[in-house]
Design a protein. Sequence first.
Length: 101
Amino acid sequence: MDIQTTIENGRAVLHLDGRFDFKCGISFRHATKPLLETPEINTLELDFDRVSFIDSSALGLLLLLRAQANDIKKEVVLTHSSAELRKVLSIAQFDKMFRIE
């Protein structure tokens, strides 16, 4: 998976591209850690427009990111999910834990 990040007005947008699975764990943590550590950033938006697949380990990474963000009063927002991905997120009850746009 490729991750491109843009930052504007306190919001970091991570544009995810490809399969979001177990193999992406290290690169995902490397991409998100500095954003969590930057005080000027208060929202992390994960743009799923180009995500073709997500597995349970990726869901776990999202939960870990949410917990880390909540600890420092930041928000994680999930955007541009396909209908299939929204179904997975709903089954996992992520719609109750994340703001999904």
